[in-house]
Design a protein around this ligand. Sequence first.
Ligand SMILES: *Cc1c(COP(=O)(O)O)cnc(C)c1O
Length: 408
Amino acid sequence: MKNQDLLQLVEEFGSPLYVYDAAKIESQYKRLTDAFSKVEQFKIHYAVKALSNISILKVLKKLGSGLDTVSIEEVMLGLHAGFDPQEIMYTPNGVSLEEIENVAEMGVQINIDNLSFLEQFGTKHPKTPVCVRINPHVMAGGNANISVGHIDSKFGISIHQLPHLLRIIENTNMNINGIHMHTGSDILDIDVFLYAAEILFETAKHFKNLEFIDFGSGFKVPYKKDDIETNVEEFGKKLTKRFLAFEKEYGKPLTLAFEPGKFLVSEAGFFLAKVNVVKQTTSTVFAGIDSGFNHLIRPMLYGSQHYIENISNPKGKERYYSVVGYICETDTFANNRRISEIHEGDILCFRNAGAYCFSMASNYNSRVKPAEVLWLNGKGHLIRQRESFEDIIRNQVEIDILNETVIA
Ligand SMILES: *Cc1c(COP(=O)(O)O)cnc(C)c1O
């Protein structure tokens, strides 16, 4: 997408604005399927939580993707977008057994990540195929919040509990059709990931009726210039080789599955915000934008570095700015960042705004959520209206307090 296109979209749909480039989602999807083209049964389940707009789900459906979901609401969104239940994987953590049973009843593939529920579910529904989430205790990932495979992690059934797991399956006679791991974000060292995969293969040998092995996600995408990223092509080559060998050993064809969120949509997203004020202080120059962590919380929550460009003045002389929001709490998007000279009214463009940006937005400070636009075949399509004040008060129930005589 060109800067001119983005500026035009802000003109048309207002600021702040999320814009998603369908072509980038498609090229990322292709990159991954190409890397695993030698695997006969390869399946991608897009992780809905990264960006859950129904039109985005439809783009992924069109590409041939399935979905990975973590709540019954995400399952319902997927069904609404036109996915078949069999194309949806449900990988919750800490939800009620009742919710898992309800999702299973819809015909969705469930993935259970604790022994207590596995035993209860298997006893009640021994025929329903179930995937089990294994925690291989391999530390992959650069950030404690998104590393979910290590020893203290609440996710998955510990590999050290395998004997107990197998006993439950034997006692209930339940049908385990898949095994899964998701070690967290940021596969930087491919060999570390392959090591975790090796543990999963070793575990898989204990199950006789597997149809698939799901390796979760963890593809790192570049966030800043010269940032490191997962070498998907090399990774594909190495894991394919190992997978095909395992398949032979296992003695029956298996599906190799992944469930990427960030990899598919992060770079497709642009967040556009207007500079309300340029504030020169004795120590720094603040560029205050018409947004805050209510719309994009990743820099404050994870310390993520989103590349920021002043698309109103891309060729201007670079100066140092602290880009901040309008929330009445410290909400710094970027500290001392070199950006081409900013004037009040300029539009700043945040890159990598596809994953975990809009989907984490809130109404804090009673602000409305931004509109979303899908850029498809050279044209911008509104795929979510900007909220209005009506949305802020919609579910509030007003009671007659002003006419009460006493408030004790
Ligand atoms: C969040 C999540 C993903 C997606 O992770 P990304 O880093 O966005 O690719 C995949 N699987 C599960 C189970 C998840 O919870």
